[in-house]
Design a protein around this ligand. Structure first.
Ligand code: HEC
Ligand code: HEC
Ligand code: HEC
Ligand code: HEC
Ligand code: HEC
Ligand code: HEC
Ligand code: HEC
Length: 325
């Protein structure tokens, strides 16, 4: 996003905040329980939970950064309304409005930061944003009246029907529009990763030693990566999730971005130096970077390995994508 664009957004924001304060008076009747303003989120969606004590309210509207408008009908029999909102990378402004007979009674704005590590610009949230974990006894109490908050997973056993997982209803948006999904996630055995470490902040922490937890299942890859002389730095420091989304993505092998884009978000500058005379690097061509480079490790400098499309299908199956005899 350009600087100009950010400035434009800021000024709109100030104007909207002013409007919001005008409507603040009737605000107590409509309470946004979740999410907290200025939260950092590490997945593509956030849950908005709204509590209504004013029986005049008959409609809610949520407007997201993507421009989507989520309309919710309010009935007298229900006091809590929940919606999953799709996020864009970086700062998202979410506006919640409440109406009675077409008249706006209430408006509030929230800012949420969707952290996306492959892009430097979306890796570091502004200083006033922080992580607000959800799965604590205190906040789960707000939901347990209507939702089952415990895990009903049998260790390591896939759900035949994902809807049977207690996590499904609230977290199904992780897979929305994603063509390639990682087996343990799409089978809803979420605790195979989210139960590995202890945390004072949440029941379902993200594993501390990430590559360790990947290698728990992908055993042969530990040796395959670490026995090699040259190891790619993000692999060496255990950040498999810099490149792979542990849940699902639109890309094969659930890499977060198409390969060329993925590599050049970190190596944009290098791609220029590889244009130096004599370089065999074809970074500026249309070829995929992984036609020549193994993304993990190699016995050769620059992880230079033979082209993948020359690898026969059976060999691919047996040995993986790259020949490393
Ligand atoms: C008064 C009952 C009630 C309470 C309390 C409640 N919910 Fe819900 N929630 C529902 C119902 C009913 C649905 C089914 C979807 C609908 O509204 O049609 C739902 C759906 C959801 C969804 C799926 C939304 C979507 O877009 O598909 C999420 C996520 C959710 N709730 C989260 C929460 C969280 C988090 C809390 C606690 C902070 C909470 N709910 C408290 C009744 C409740
Ligand atoms: C009633 C809805 C609800 C249910 C049921 C639910 N979650 Fe969540 N979960 C949330 C909300 C809300 C967040 C905060 C992020 C967001 O807004 O989407 C969250 C966050 C998380 C996080 C991030 C850490 C944290 O505490 O913020 C993990 C991991 C997670 N959930 C896993 C699970 C697993 C595994 C299950 C099933 C055993 C589950 N959740 C069931 C609503 C729910
Ligand atoms: C293979 C390991 C793995 C599995 C399986 C897995 N996750 Fe995750 N999850 C992670 C990691 C690692 C992160 C940290 C963010 C990232 O790297 O994308 C994460 C992040 C999250 C977050 C956001 C955390 C935050 O603090 O904002 C939620 C919510 C979540 N996972 C829910 C789930 C649910 C629900 C399932 C089951 C359908 C699941 N995960 C299965 C590894 C996993
Ligand atoms: C609970 C076990 C488990 C954990 C933990 C796990 N995986 Fe997987 N993963 C699987 C299974 C099962 C498959 C599908 C079978 C296969 O192709 O090996 C798979 C497939 C994959 C694939 C696609 C491989 C292919 O050839 O199609 C990639 C990439 C991958 N996982 C990366 C990761 C990363 C990165 C982590 C750590 C964040 C991780 N996995 C953690 C079980 C796991
Ligand atoms: C620098 C980015 C990057 C990092 C970091 C990374 N991977 Fe990958 N991984 C890739 C790419 C790119 C592919 C292949 C996608 C393609 O070529 O279409 C891949 C493919 C894979 C495959 C399937 C490949 C095969 O040979 O069968 C597995 C399994 C895998 N990665 C696991 C991991 C694990 C485990 C980690 C952490 C220790 C990790 N990756 C870290 C980029 C990365
Ligand atoms: C998360 C950032 C990140 C991503 C994504 C990434 N790399 Fe790297 N890469 C690094 C770092 C850090 C180093 C080590 C320092 C350096 O040489 O810049 C490195 C080193 C390298 C080197 C060795 C450079 C040398 O001088 O020895 C090559 C080749 C390379 N990466 C290729 C790739 C390819 C191909 C991809 C895509 C599959 C990729 N990288 C994706 C961060 C990344
Ligand atoms: C046709 C094969 C080929 C393709 C395709 C290719 N490379 Fe290279 N790359 C090489 C070779 C060979 C080297 C070793 C050094 C040299 O010859 O300049 C290299 C070197 C590098 C280096 C280290 C250069 C340095 O100055 O430190 C990086 C980083 C790199 N490549 C990234 C990429 C990225 C990112 C892509 C995709 C956009 C890519 N390469 C595509 C063959 C290739």
């Amino acid at each position: 996003m350009s600087v100009k664009c950010t400035f434009f957004k800021r000024s709109v924001l100030v104007a909207l905040l002013f409007v919001a304060s005008l409507f603040g008076a009737g605000g107590n009747a409509v309470e946004i329980i979740r999410p907290y303003n200025k939260s950092i989120i590490d997945v593509n969606s956030v849950t908005v939970v709204i509590k209504i004590d004013d029986h005049k309210v008959d409609k809610l509207k949520i407007v997201s950064e993507t421009g989507d408008v989520y309309e919710i009908k309010v009935t007298s029999s229900k006091d809590v309304y929940c919606k999953n909102i799709i996020l864009e990378y970086g700062v998202n402004t979410i506006i919640v409005r409440a109406y009675a007979n077409g008249k706006k009674l209430f408006q509030k704005m929230l800012e949420i930061f969707y952290r996306f590590p492959p892009y430097r610009g979306y890796k570091y949230p502004p200083g006033d944003f922080k992580k607000n974990y959800f799965h604590t006894t205190k906040s789960e109490k707000l939901c347990s009246r209507c939702h089952k908050m415990n895990s009903n997973e049998k260790k390591g056993i896939a759900f035949e029907n994902p809807k049977e997982s207690n996590c499904y209803n609230c977290h199904k948006t992780i897979f929305l529009g994603k063509k390639y999904a990682h087996a343990p996630s799409v089978n809803w055995v979420c605790s195979s990763c989210h139960n590995k470490s202890r945390s004072p902040y949440t029941k379902y922490p993200v594993p501390k030693k990430l590559n360790q937890s990947c290698f728990d299942c992908h055993k042969k890859f530990r040796k395959k990566f670490f026995s090699k002389k040259y190891k790619h730095e993000p692999v060496l420091v255990g950040r498999c999730n810099r490149c792979h989304d542990p849940h699902a993505t639109p890309n094969k092998y659930f890499v977060r971005l198409k390969v060329k884009k993925l590599c050049t978000t970190c190596h944009g500058d290098k791609v220029i130096t590889t244009k130096k005379p004599g370089s065999k690097c074809a970074a500026s061509s249309n070829g995929s970077c992984t036609d020549c480079h193994n993304p993990h490790a190699s016995k050769r400098p620059f992880f230079y390995e033979p082209r993948r499309h020359e690898v026969k299908e059976e060999k691919k199956k047996k040995k993986g994508l790259w020949i490393d005899e």
